[in-house]
Design a protein around this ligand. Sequence first.
Ligand code: SF4
Length: 136
Amino acid sequence: MSSMSKKVKVIPCSGIGKVHGLVAREIALKLVNEICTQEAETECLGYIVTEAPEIAERIKDGKCITIDGCPKMCAAKSVAHVGGSVTAEVRIVDILKEYRGYKPGTATTLNDQGWEIVDGAAEKLANRVREIYGEE
Ligand code: SF4
């Protein structure tokens, strides 16, 4: 039996320099630090990409939700590459479909509309996290 945490791993892309990447990170942080502190945690995408045995083991052992800022899908691909199970692949572009006309801010700073998107998406994803967490 594994001694690893069964918390759901919420992994955003690094998305530096793109507002959609910033939105992805803020959603993940809100989820793990504020809404689902008991059921979710995050891991650093840069560390996953190194494929170091320690992080690869942790990733393989858990269920992951990835959140990606563009079609390159770096988080989903990197998690899958180290053998992780991506239970949900979230795309910021899909989230934004519910917020037509919104301008979330810049690559470095979200505005009020950006935070509204983050808050709404994080609340919605929290249900998904709880479902996945409760599955075993
Ligand atoms: S998915 Fe797109 S925005 Fe995110 S890290 Fe990859 S290239 Fe950057």
